[in-house]
Design a protein around this ligand. Structure first.
Ligand SMILES: Nc1ncnc2c1ncn2[C@@H]1O[C@H](COP(=O)(O)OP(=O)(O)OP(=O)(O)O)[C@@H](O)[C@H]1O
Ligand SMILES: [Mg+2]
Length: 327
């Protein structure tokens, strides 16, 4: 695999299959993804529910072993490290913020937040002082002594965020970090992320349904059914997803067309290859009419946004592509 010194996180041909003995069988959650997050870059991952976002994050963070593919963190291939080396590399490089808080139930908020520092051998007093400062920043200092069960969802989320930030990680992997927060708290957390990004050069990979969070990122990757269907360039507005749209072809040769492009091509159907040369491919459609009429979905599958009579191709609320459905 090509190792890039400028990358904090990179992955090559990443596949993940959840195996199951049940009748509906295995679920292929990731289908040959390439990911490259540069040092100091903030990348958003958007896409509908079930598209593989959480699976991707867990594989990239080394919490789950992908079925195939390599992941490198700070230039080191994680699959080649021993258990202890992996723990050390993760401890000093990356922090996670998850959908489910993953807090230790028997520890107070303060102790939960101080724990990653304690794990690194920092003296208790120093660690607790750092935890208090972090709680102050996130507006939860008054809840320092409460155990997670006594905290609201939003407070638990802020404890998880404080715990993630306390080690000064160079990379933060976050899964819907503002999902459980009210709009004001959510904005404050985002402001903190922006400071870390701009002032301290922290890199982010954030799964989000929020337009504001996605707009904070330098670029966003759109996941659909385990494949990236689009990538949106530097400083893009999430509402303008159709600009700079790319088609990504995976290692298996699979390609997924964004719905707007598909509509312009004439919709689903059989296409023959008319001409092919390096870097160019001409497809000619035939028998498209046999497929039945397809229309744009009326509701966003990711965030349930109601398109009403608009003919937008991307959800103005969360940025997912608008799918075509049978009429
Ligand atoms: N532990 C599991 N066992 C089997 N299948 C799973 C498991 N976890 C996830 N899946 C399946 O893998 C696919 C991707 O799931 P994933 O949780 O990564 O989606 P997601 O994009 O994070 O969705 P959401 O936005 O709802 O959080 C889905 O089809 C899901 O049903
Ligand atoms: Mg998820």
């Amino acid at each position: 695999m090509v190792e890039n010194k400028d990358s904090i996180l990179s992955a090559n041909a990443l596949y993940h299959v959840y195996t199951s003995k049940a009748e509906d069988g295995n679920v292929v959650a990731l289908r040959g993804l390439h990911v490259d997050v540069k040092k100091g870059e903030a990348v958003a991952v958007v896409g509908p529910s079930g598209s593989g976002k959480s699976t991707l994050l867990k594989c990239l963070g080394g919490l789950m072993k992908p079925s195939a593919g390599n992941v490198s963190l700070d230039g080191k291939n994680m699959t080649r490290l021993t258990g202890q080396e992996l723990v050390e590399l993760r401890q000093k490089t990356v922090s996670f913020i998850f959908q489910e808080g993953n807090l230790l139930p028997h520890l107070s908020a303060r102790d939960n937040i101080a724990q990653p520092l304690r794990n690194q051998g920092v003296a208790p007093k120093v660690a607790l002082k750092a935890a208090d400062e972090m709680m102050e920043r996130l507006g939860i200092l008054s809840r320092a002594k409460a155990v997670p069960a006594k905290l609201s969802g939003g407070e638990q989320q802020r404890v998880a965020i404080a715990r993630a930030l306390i080690t000064n990680p160079r990379l933060i992997l976050a899964d819907e970090p503002t999902g459980a927060l009210d709009p004001i708290t959510s904005r404050e957390v985002l402001k903190l992320f922006k400071e870390l990004h701009q002032d301290d050069g922290v890199s982010f990979l954030i799964v989000t349904h929020s337009k504001e969070v996605a707009a904070f990122a330098n670029r966003s990757l759109e996941l659909r059914d385990g494949r990236f269907v689009a990538e949106h360039g530097d400083d893009v507005e999430i509402t303008n997803l159709s600009k700079g749209r790319e088609l990504l072809v995976d290692e298996m040769g699979m390609v997924t067309f964004p719905p707007d492009l598909l509509t312009r091509m004439g919709g689903p159907g059989r296409y023959s290859v008319d001409d092919v040369s390096s870097g160019a491919l001409k497809l000619v459609g035939e028998s498209v009419s046999d497929i039945g009429e397809m229309v744009l979905a009326t509701k966003c599958p990711a965030c349930k946004f109601d398109y009403e009579s608009s003919d937008e191709q991307e959800c103005p609320s969360c940025g997912s592509s608008r799918p075509m459905v049978e009429a």
